[in-house]
Design a protein around this ligand. Structure first.
Ligand code: COA
Length: 375
């Protein structure tokens, strides 16, 4: 038995393929490098959903359909935003998603894909005592989410950087949250139930919760001025270095390159003067961390994962660290929904076995002694 189920194949999928030895990610037949920075989020949502919803519109019409879904989500959730805003942003997004219908149609899917962006922007604003802004269904998803977050139309570079991020993390094999979403879909519960399962799994720091702590790490190192000493202190305390290591990749996560390139473009564009300095700091921390991890775990190849440059990119476009996992959910919801539909179409009820290692009943008839004496 392997308690982390590594190397256990639990589904066949046409959605994505993670080659951990080569450091390659394929999404529906396209290498990540052909998609990130090349296609919009809406185009990649279409790629993921294609074949799973008979009523799916053309790729060119999907942006408008997703825009309409943002407006619909805002109208449904607006009366409850004050209460949702009392929660931490991720819990607020999850509670908002739980208010949506648990159906199986394309309309349900688009609402669920639209919801994390609408809710994240509104809840971050509420924490700053700013009123929520209604979506503009005519904008692209990334641009509209940034507009709803900041209150101003984003520059082209910022919208492109967020678009690149959303494309980069939309699907990634049978990771923990996708598996959770598929398990729920296998019981024939609706799409919202699968998305809620995915959200709950994504929340943990070993999965989608790592990029917030990456910002804390960069800030602490910037204040101290000695990356190696700070990182050594973390390892000496038995802490893991956030943004490094992966269950599947034994080489650098290709998504780290895609996102690092996105940050570099933002810095080169000059619209964000602080970005170039932050990128330089991140690169020097990355070098020090990789060197230390090589020394500390010589038998294990621990490399940079997606979360490291996620933190730098999302910070640069204006999200606060406590909302980073919500932004991950904005993208991955599309993957969860495609997997849920695939599971329903091709899979069975997922019901593995456990091996019982607890006490055996004492008597030959099988009744535990303690219970017999109690009665
Ligand atoms: N920093 C320090 N040590 C690490 C590490 C990290 N980021 N990642 C793994 N290790 C160590 C483990 O402590 C373990 O050491 P041990 O054998 O002495 O106990 C060894 O490397 C193997 O780790 P393991 O727990 O088997 O790896 P995993 O495949 O279960 O874990 C992660 C993968 C992602 C959970 C893990 O690398 C991690 O916690 N990374 C930090 C969190 C993070 O960035 N998450 C985002 C993932 S995309």
């Amino acid at each position: 038995m392997s308690s982390g189920l590594e190397d256990v194949v639990a589904a066949e999928t046409v959605l994505s393929d993670v080659d951990g030895a080569a450091g390659r990610l394929v999404i529906r037949g396209h290498r990540l490098e052909e998609l990130a920075g090349q296609r919009t989020f809406e185009q990649v949502v279409h790629l993921l959903l294609d074949g799973f919803f008979p009523e799916l519109p053309d790729p060119s019409a999907l942006a408008a359909a997703l825009g309409a879904a943002r407006v619909d989500v805002f109208e449904r959730c607006a009366p409850l935003l004050d209460r949702l805003a009392r929660l931490d942003p991720f819990d607020g997004v999850r509670a908002g998603v739980a208010l949506l219908p648990d159906g199986d149609a394309l309309g349900d899917a688009l609402r669920l894909i639209a919801a994390p962006g609408v809710l994240t922007a509104a809840l971050v604003r509420a924490r700053r005592a700013e009123r929520p802004l209604a979506p503009d269904g005519g904008l692209g998803h990334a641009a509209d989410v940034l507009r709803m977050l900041t209150g101003v139309a984003p520059g082209r570079e910022s919208a492109a950087a967020l678009d690149r991020y959303l494309v980069t993390v939309c699907d990634h094999g049978l990771n923990a949250s996708t598996f959770a979403a598929r398990v729920v879909a296998s019981t024939r519960a609706g799409l919202a139930s699968s998305v809620l399962a995915g959200l709950s799994a994504l929340k943990g720091p070993l999965h989608g919760g790592a990029p917030g702590p990456v910002v804390a790490m960069l800030d602490a190192i910037a204040a101290r001025g000695d990356a190696r000493a700070w990182l050594e202190g973390e390892l000496a305390r038995g802490e893991r270095l956030m943004g490094f290591g992966h269950r599947v990749y034994r080489v650098r996560d290709p998504r780290a390159d895609a996102l690092q390139a996105g940050v570099r473009r933002l810095g080169d564009a000059g619209a964000h003067p602080a970005v170039a300095a932050r990128l330089a700091l991140a690169q020097s921390v990355e070098r020090a961390a990789l060197e230390l991890l090589r020394e500390a775990k010589p038998g294990r190849s621990l490399q940079t994962n997606v979360e490291f440059y996620t933190a730098v990119l999302l910070e640069a476009v204006g999200f606060p660290p406590e909302a980073f996992t919500c932004v991950f959910a904005m993208s991955r919801t599309a993957g969860w929904i495609a997997h849920a539909r695939e599971q329903r179409a091709t899979g069975r009820l997922i019901r593995p076995q456990s091996r019982y290692v607890g006490p055996r009943p004492a008597s030959a008839e099988g009744a535990p002694e303690a219970l017999l004496t109690a009665s």
